[in-house]
Design a protein around this ligand. Structure first.
Ligand code: SUD
Ligand code: ADP
Length: 293
């Protein structure tokens, strides 16, 4: 008989994202403040006992081939590491915009891994093996797997240290006329820094002290290295012209394309939202959400 369970997969924003020069394998060291937001996909898992392992995924056909979606990848790697032979039918109700820098694909994978660990305890992976499976699916997956509302993430994404959450209202703004591929964003950053021998990053203690301040004081202190090399800089400048009149913090999330505004004061978030809708109309999709506690 089939058994079913379901679980949300929340998006994240990067309140701060400093990127170093590439490691020899081409990946980059990051220093990032991650925060979970309320916007989420829903992953539904139906499973039954079987003699062989099998996985089918619905809901991601519009975005990538079945073998390339993060749910299939996560399920296969989990099976290879632990030997489970379940038959899995997975449905993703996609709400998080794709190629947005909100980590939707990574969060979907982490949510599935957490469910698989719970439903088949006989084949559940030890923590270290699970961490390595998560990292093979994607650099952001360990953050989502730990389930912290906020974290300092370093290395390629494998070092995840929990932070006190800073729950507050948030506005997400996604352009409808462009999106961003993570690998090309890293490539563009490298091209811009071809002759650079090192890259500035704040010290960790300094960063954590900044994070404790009210959000409007993050301005000019927290930043995103990808924003400086975005080929759509004019779009973010136009958003910032609107946002800087209000009390809060704003920036691009991850490698883009989504932009956010956060403030302890909900009225500031609503006012920025109204101004953005008036100025950008159908060129953006907006969500009013919150940084999670
Ligand atoms: C930039 C960040 C910031 O949170 O997120 P997004 O904007 O994608 O959400 C992450 O570093 C993205 O993590 P993720 O999206 O999981 O990346 P992966 O699938 O592992 O890698 C996609 C590609 O990005 C590059 N990559 C990724 C992570 C990293 N630390 N260095 C890299 O150079 C590699 O070229 C890799 O081929
Ligand atoms: N579960 C998934 N959800 C969204 N995109 C996925 C998923 N699995 C694979 N992808 C592929 O990964 C790419 C980027 O994924 P996404 O997580 O939305 O972006 P980002 O890295 O900007 O946070 C998409 O172009 C899509 O082809």
């Amino acid at each position: 008989m089939d058994t079913v369970c379901s679980r949300p997969a929340h998006a994240k924003i990067n309140l701060h994202l400093a990127v170093g020069l590439p490691y020899p394998d081409g990946y980059h060291p990051i220093q990032s403040l991650f925060a979970l937001v309320g916007l989420s996909d829903t992953i539904t898992l139906r499973w039954k006992e079987s003699e062989t392992f099998d996985v089918q995924v619905q809901g991601l056909e519009a975005y990538c081939s079945p073998k390339d979606n993060t749910l299939t990848k996560a399920a296969r790697l989990w099976h290879e590491a632990g030997g489970s032979t379940l038959h899995l039918e997975i449905k993703c109700d996609k709400q998080i915009p794709v190629k947005a820098g909100l980590g939707g694909g990574s969060s979907d994978a982490a949510s599935l891994l957490a469910m698989l660990q719970a439903i088949d305890s006989k084949h559940a992976l030890p923590a270290q093996v699970l961490h390595s499976v998560a990292l093979q699916v994607g650099s952001d997956v360990p953050f989502f797997l730990y389930g912290y509302s906020a974290a300092l993430v370093t290395g390629k994404g494998e070092n995840v240290a929990p932070l006190d959450s800073r729950p507050m209202p948030a506005l997400l703004v996604m352009p409808t006329f462009f999106d961003v591929s993570t690998s090309s964003a890293y490539r563009m950053l490298d091209e811009m820094r071809l002759n650079q021998e090192n890259v500035y990053m704040p010290g960790i203690q300094e960063l954590l002290q900044i994070y404790e301040k009210p959000s409007h004081k993050w301005r000019g202190l927290l930043y995103n290295d990808f924003q400086s090399c975005s080929s759509n800089g004019a779009f973010y400048t136009a958003l910032e012209t609107v946002a800087k009149e209000y009390e809060g913090f704003f920036g691009m999330s991850g490698s883009g394309a989504c932009w956010f505004f956060v403030s302890e004061d909900a009225s500031q978030v609503h006012d920025v939202h109204a101004d953005v809708v008036a100025a950008f109309g159908p060129r953006v999709r907006c969500w009013i959400t919150h940084l999670m506690s």
